[in-house]
Design a protein around this ligand. Sequence first.
Ligand code: ATP
Ligand code: MG
Length: 591
Amino acid sequence: MTLTVDEARQSGPQREEALGYAWRKGRGAVLRGCSVGMAWEATVVVVPFLAQRAIDEGLVPGDWRRLSIWVVALVASGVLTAVFSGMRHRAATQAGAYSDLGLRGRLFRHVLGLDTGFHDRSDRGDLLTRISTDVRTISLFIDLIVTWFAHASAVVLIVLFMLQMDLRMGLIGTAYIPLLLLLSAGVRRAFESRTVALREAAAKLTDILHENIFGVRVVRGFGVEPHQRGRYEPASNAIAARAMALVRLNTTYTLIGGTLPALAMVALLWWGGRWAISGEVTVGMLLAFSAWMVRLTSRSLGLLGRFNWYMQARASAGRVDALLNVDSAIADPPQPSPLPPSGEGLRFSNVSVKFGKRRVLDGISLNVRTGETVVLTGRSGSGKSILLSLPPRLYDPGEGGVFLDGVDVRDLCLETLRSAVCLASDDAVLFNDTIAANISLGRPDASQAEIEQAAQLAQAHRFITEMPDGYDAGIGERGLTLSGGQRQRIVLARALLVGPRLLLLDDASSSLDPATDAAVWQGLTGREQKRTMLVATQRRSVAARGDRVVLLDAGRIAAEGTDEELWRTSPLYRQVLSSEDEQGAQPQMVG
Ligand SMILES: Nc1ncnc2c1ncn2[C@@H]1O[C@H](COP(=O)(O)OP(=O)(O)OP(=O)(O)O)[C@@H](O)[C@H]1O
Ligand SMILES: [Mg+2]
């Protein structure tokens, strides 16, 4: 069985992929952005230098010609600043967008590929947060690398300019930078752990919101709004508390980080001012230094802020990596077998399934021959749905094997398998799209005529054409604008359109009235060639249509035979099927 995300995280060394993957996607734009970003900062940083020359060589000696030259240079650098700034901004945004698209797409494909066991046990809010917020945080960081690099190059350039213009003043103005770096290293861990805590709180809230919004009918129906609000409020408060903890840390850090450059500025003005008075440095130099110090302060603080982003991106990358490290328990075999021609049909051979310590299927051996309809029945919880989910490999059995026309389903490529085996169940899942798109889900290339033919067989064509937009009607989130029976017929049409060699129906017509149900059955069974079907039901009218009925009890086969035989011989069979409100829909009814 697959691990959940948290179990995977605790299960040992992890492959680290998220940051690397996002980086590779954004790399081209980042490198472009970094080079124009550096040029941009250079055009800004050179300004105090040009101003110093204009003052010391033009203004103070009264040389009009030299003053003009330096002023022209100043104007030129201003124009270049504007051009490079625009280019840098564009490249940074592209870098973020490329890494966002790339990483999210990869994660989405990965999550879709994970097996049902994983999805059963995972927290959906948490998955959504990982795919949305965490990916966004990582891509924002990739975007910010460009700004970060520009700021870092500004710091380096300013330090070089300062040291070169006057070594003593340069040292006074830049001595605080190593201290700032030490401080950053000191708070790194605290930032990371608080960021993870905040993300986890957000995931919990998303989960509660998700359940309530999707389950709003249940929440209303049972009048549990106050209870749900009781769950929402602590979760929401937890987010606020954790966000505040992060803000407090950030404030302290920025406060200390901001005081250091301010002190350096005071020292510079103090000593520099004295040297200017004694004539050791010029007024233009003092002005240039003050301008550089202002820029240096804003740039190094900018770097610190970005550093915080790096911590957040690392925390998010850890969470995305944990998800990427979950391997699907159900995957394509290394060397898939080809699908053999239709032959012996479906065979379960001594199949057992365990969930934890509980055995829900125990030594099931069963054949469904080509063209045969086998009905599966049994009490609720007897294992019908689990047995039906084995052929399309929603789960794999712990012991034994499932064979389709002689080949173990685990040896087939999943795509091949799922076009050969189709499962339609009672909890009909529809997507927020048109009816036509929902029917053609398994065969997006199907023509309108094929879609309509499948809908006709599933007795859905009439009600669809009665709707204002017909096949193009949107059906809302999860098809909630349709009735239960209408949803079921769309799901059946979807299965029929795939034209699988094996059709598995799990209570798939439970919401239909007997007349519609009988008509749907006609459509399902096929005309020229009989369809191979395994059908789970607790309705006698359906059971009576099978060539053979298999009665499950607590995960084992309790009895096998025709409906009439079992009705005569098995008290359990009578008990399971007698609850149905018989409406004379089944001709074979006995006693
Ligand atoms: N994902 C799961 N994890 C753990 N146990 C499960 C899981 N799915 C099903 N079970 C257990 O397996 C047993 C068989 O479930 P299954 O859904 O196959 O019953 P069923 O015969 O289809 O019942 P019903 O008629 O109510 O649909 C049940 O006891 C159920 O609790
Ligand atoms: Mg079931």
